[in-house]
Write a protein of this length. Structure first.
Length: 290
């Protein structure tokens, strides 16, 4: 559709250019007796303006399309890497278990590692599916009044293996009631903490606080990572954006976070004090009165 529109504009501009060129040739060929030169000059300018604007539009449009194509190419490369790495790991563990006699302890260890890789694959597939639904505006939610403090505590308990080598500092205020779709909000938490851990320095330290005001609930999640440049604080929520190319990823995590929080009638924004001073994500949600 977009390509056909671009081609149509290009053809129209070519015809307009030919018409202008023909008109000016006729004007010069017939000489000043043909008509007032000022009038023809104005007509020529008026005909040339849409050509100039049209050519500018096509130039900008094609540049954006090229940039989008590059993003898609990088996305496919990243997705391939993200899919193949855990699959190769699972295959290696299975082959080892098949061809070698392992004791129960080692077998249990391999099972745990394969489960971790399977969960990583599951999260990646969920990201792709949710992104597709967001783009098609078919994301379905089932909102219920819930205490966000309890939601967070349950999340940390059920994902304790995710925070094995992480120092957590939690400060949660009770009775933070808001309307939540539990599945999608858990995806927000997974994507946020995944980024915080990935981009943090060793030892990884993450602070999470939950407070309520008169009308809103504020959840802040901070890391001790490399930080984000001020000019990129909004860009990190764009689809396919990757802040650090050395860390492979899909560039979908925070894009999904932004859209899910928006569906919760909330907002999310990032703050950073500078290089290697960490990043803070702020989530603001409407407070429900009991």
């Amino acid at each position: 559709m977009k390509r056909a529109f671009s081609i149509l504009i290009f053809i129209v501009l070519q015809l307009a250019a030919i018409a202008v060129l023909t008109l000016w040739i006729v004007w010069y060929a017939l000489g000043p007796d043909f008509g007032p030169s000022v009038l023809w000059l104005i007509q020529g300018i008026l005909l040339m303006l849409p050509i100039i604007f049209g050519a500018t539009f096509i130039f900008i449009y094609l540049n954006k399309m090229n940039a989008l194509d590059n993003l898609r190419t990088n996305f496919i490369s990243s997705i391939s890497h993200e899919l193949l790495t855990p699959l190769a790991s699972i295959k290696l563990y299975l082959e080892t278990m098949l061809f070698r006699d392992l004791n129960k302890e080692k077998t249990r260890e391999f099972h745990a590692l394969m489960l971790e890789d399977a969960e990583r694959l599951s999260l990646l597939i969920s990201k792709i599916l949710i992104t597709s639904r967001i783009e098609k505006k078919k994301q379905l939610f089932s909102f219920k009044p819930m205490d966000l403090e309890e939601v967070l505590n349950v999340f940390f308990r059920t994902n304790s293996n995710f925070f094995t080598n992480v120092k957590l500092f939690l400060d949660f205020e009770k009775k933070c009631i808001c309307s939540i779709d539990l599945d999608s909000f858990n995806m927000v938490l997974k994507n946020t903490f995944e980024n915080a851990i990935k981009y943090s320095s060793n030892p990884v330290e993450i602070q999470a606080s939950l407070k309520k005001t008169n009308n809103t609930i504020l959840l802040t999640i901070s890391d001790n990572g490399k930080g984000i440049e001020t000019k990129n604080l909004k860009k990190i929520f764009n689809m396919f954006h990757q802040e650090d190319e050395r860390h492979k990823g899909t560039g979908l995590g925070l894009y999904i976070v932004k859209n899910i929080i928006k569906a919760h009638k909330g907002r999310v924004w990032a703050e950073s004090k500078g290089a290697f001073k960490g990043t803070t994500l702020n989530f603001e949600l409407p407070l429900l009165r009991e």
